[in-house]
Design a protein around this ligand. Structure first.
Ligand SMILES: *Cc1c(COP(=O)(O)O)cnc(C)c1O
Length: 394
């Protein structure tokens, strides 16, 4: 394929590998195994002498098409797709870390990422120091000591904190660390961490990449050296691979990712502006709003404000629950990135396993609501929120 194709073309065409049947749409190869013409062929495949598929835990043509399309979009040399976003996070970390290694991470993380670093990896002697990701001084102090991995999200889930990717990557590299970023909230359409100095980009493809609430998946994108020398053996032997069916759904979803994220982001910007003017709302967090504490940084490293926002109400948990329970169109769900607008109460759901004191440090209030903005007509979304806020104020 032509090398310098533009992004919207890559979303539809990159990675396409037609079979001899010349199908238009990408084929779904639902097979676990492969056959060999001879015992010698099998032996040479296992000796790594032949470039071919041997078993779908290792690789599958549909999975390859998804990986190649996503890598082209991200501008990454290589990609490994996984069964879930958390499998991607865990494989990227566990394939690098040895007992005694040190990780520095921002505290504002998705609950499961936080649990891996806080509770699971310490069982193997890997210790994480958590910092306020928005505070460059805190990164500088933590990275005065050598570290193996630096891990963060930007924007973070759920309060949309922004980490300065370029500045933190420079400090991390000076400390000897590999920089891994969970880019789920920004999506590959809005933020390009590899161009800003990060080494590894991780996605939950379950979110915007599928974006229609159907299947789970994840991906790790990095240099060819990182993927093949540092991660491939772990990936092949421990089995976090994605099923070919889910990879096919993701591959086809990438075709519309740009259209969906554009519309979802413009809907989110409209909603954020509208919410900011509402009397019962004490605070709106949306990177595209001038009132966001890191608005300028966000606009330097993102192409738009994203598809998610968080708002905090004057009141308590009962106030937030009343708003959620009064919604008639928007669904209550902890998923995100979907074409349907979804609202959740992070303190009692996605972040309920985080210690209350850490939750406070992440600014997740009892009256905070996270909104993942979908593809509906934005005026219907405003009408629904307006009536729910109205009910609650009564
Ligand atoms: C959902 C999510 C994950 C985990 O992805 P799964 O596909 O649910 O395993 C990781 N990071 C962030 C920021 C997420 O929102």
């Amino acid at each position: 394929m032509k090398k310098d194709l533009r992004r919207d073309t890559l979303l539809v065409r990159a990675g396409l590998m037609r079979s001899p049947h010349q199908e238009t749409s990408e084929a779904m190869y639902l097979n676990s195994g492969y056959v060999y013409d001879s015992a010698e062929d099998a032996a040479s495949a296992f000796a790594g002498e032949a470039d071919r598929y041997v078993y779908s835990r290792y690789g599958n043509p549909t999975v390859t098409m998804f990986q190649d399309r996503l890598a082209a979009l991200e501008g990454a040399e290589a990609c490994l797709a996984t069964g879930t976003g958390m499998a991607a996070v865990f494989a990227a970390l566990a394939s690098q870390l040895n007992a005694g290694d040190r990780v520095v991470a921002s505290r504002a993380l998705f609950g499961a990422c936080y649990a891996i670093l806080k509770d699971i990896l310490p069982r193997w002697g890997v210790i994480t120091e958590f910092v306020d990701g928005t505070d460059l001084g805190a990164w500088e102090r933590a990275l005065a000591t050598p570290a193996k991995v630096v891990f963060f999200e930007s924007p973070s889930n759920p309060m949309l904190d922004i980490v300065d990717i370029r500045a933190v990557s420079e400090m991390a590299h000076a400390a000897g660390a590999t920089v891994m970023i969970d880019n789920v909230f920004a999506t590959p359409m809005s933020q390009h961490p590899l161009q800003l100095g990060a080494d590894v980009v991780i996605y939950s493809a379950t979110k915007h990449i599928d974006g229609q609430g159907r299947v789970m998946g994840g991906a790790v994108l990095a240099s060819e050296e990182f993927i093949s020398e540092r991660m491939l053996k772990f990936y092949r032997q421990t089995g976090p691979t994605i099923t070919p069916f889910n990879a096919w759904v993701m591959l086809k979803s990438l075709e519309t990712l740009g259209l969906r994220v554009d519309r979802q982001a413009s809907n989110a910007a409209r909603l954020a502006n509208w919410l900011e003017g509402h009397g019962i709302v004490s605070n709106v967090r949306y990177p595209g709003l001038a009132s966001h504490p890191q608005h300028d940084l966000a606009m330097r490293q993102m192409e738009n404000g994203g598809t998610l926002l968080a708002f905090t109400l004057h009141g308590d948990q009962a106030t937030a629950f009343s708003v959620l329970n009064s919604l008639q169109l928007i669904d209550i769900s902890n998923n995100l990135g979907d074409s349907k607008t979804l609202a959740c109460h992070p303190a009692s759901t996605t972040h309920s396993s985080v210690d209350a004191s850490d939750r406070d440090e992440m600014n997740i209030g009892a009256a905070s609501i996270r909104l993942s903005v979908g593809l509906e007509d934005v005026d219907d979304l405003i009408d629904d929120l307006a009536q729910a806020l109205e009910q609650t104020m009564r």
